[in-house]
Design a protein around this ligand. Structure first.
Ligand SMILES: *[C@@H]1O[C@H](CO)[C@@H](O)[C@H](O)[C@H]1NC(C)=O
Ligand SMILES: *[C@@H]1O[C@H](CO)[C@@H](O)[C@H](O)[C@H]1NC(C)=O
Ligand SMILES: *[C@@H]1O[C@H](CO)[C@@H](O)[C@H](O)[C@H]1NC(C)=O
Length: 266
């Protein structure tokens, strides 16, 4: 993977953003200076030709080539590789999630370790990147982790136009993806862990590159008998999210910042 190139592209796009808006470290990229804020770097091809600047790159689900995107799933980078999606399913959307992995600690037990109790993340559509520039996907998790979580209440923020929904847990073992918002009704659903593999050794360990490591890559399957939208969801290209090894010096609840790329199949 030409990771250094991907990093460079992202870095230069961010540099454009930063120079255009020096006072703000923000998620939106092309926005503001081109086409009234309808472009965002993660949903644009890395090097759009100048003739394309006036045109929207396709932020709505389904407007990117999802058949091309599904070919760009890098399942083999996990150890061991995750099983492929069921052939009867279609890729609906690819999103970058940014939020926290939560853990609890039993402080009365000197040898206790942090126990996972779920996660909370905001999801942003990056389907066009997945379809056109797969080498950028790991870099997008890194960039997302290094940016603050966007404020969902800030409806004026251009990035909120790309917000696909929210990821949270119904109980400690039931991840939920709610992609029905005021802007769209993409669907929602409860899943359960089917397969887990360690993230690649060079995965980003935490904000600024320092932390306890990147959470596992996962394949999630729909809960048995559920009529929910999502039949399978993959969590790939993780960055951060791993807790300390022990509960020493920990608080009863631990929130570890993370980002990941989720692939949602219907
Ligand atoms: C303390 O934590 C360790 C590690 O998780 C566990 O094996 C042990 O059962 C715990 N002890 C008590 C009393 O909960
Ligand atoms: C995780 O932490 C966030 C931030 O405090 C909180 O809002 C959320 O409810 C927590 N989620 C879980 C599953 O504990
Ligand atoms: C994935 O999980 C399923 C059941 O959840 C299991 O049958 C299968 O063997 C696992 N595949 C791999 C490669 O671990």
């Amino acid at each position: 993977m030409s990771f250094s190139r991907a990093t460079l592209v992202v870095a230069s796009i961010l540099a454009i953003t930063v120079s255009a808006r020096p006072a703000e470290k923000r998620w939106g990229g092309w926005g503001g200076s081109w086409s009234g804020g309808s472009h965002h770097w993660w949903n644009s091809a890395p090097a759009p030709s100048s003739g394309d600047f006036g045109k929207r790159w396709g932020l709505q689900a389904g407007s990117c080539d999802m058949a091309a995107a599904v070919q760009n799933m890098n399942l083999a980078a996990a150890d061991p590789p995750l099983p492929p999606p069921h052939p009867s399913l279609s890729l609906f959307q690819v999103v970058v999630g940014r939020g926290t992995q939560n853990y609890t600690c039993d402080l009365s037990n000197s040898t206790a370790v942090p126990i996972p109790v779920g996660a909370l993340a905001t999801l942003f559509d990056i389907s066009c990147v997945a379809a056109t520039a797969k080498e950028l996907l790991p870099a997008l998790s890194i960039v997302a982790l290094d940016l603050p979580v966007p404020d969902s209440d800030d409806t004026d923020s251009p990035i909120m136009q790309d917000m696909s929904g929210h990821h949270y847990f119904l109980d400690d073992t039931t991840p939920f993806f709610n992609m029905d918002t005021e802007l769209h009704q993409y669907g929602m659903g409860a899943l359960q862990k089917a397969n887990a593999s360690d993230a690649p050794n060079d995965a980003y360990a935490g904000p600024g590159g320092t932390g306890n490591g990147a959470v596992q890559w996962l394949k999630l399957d729909v809960k048995p008998a559920a009529q929910d939208s999502w039949k399978q969801v993959y969590r790939l290209d993780t960055a951060g999210g791993v807790p300390p090894e022990t509960c020493e010096e920990a608080t009863p609840t631990i929130e570890v910042p993370y980002a990941a790329v989720y692939w949602l199949f219907k």
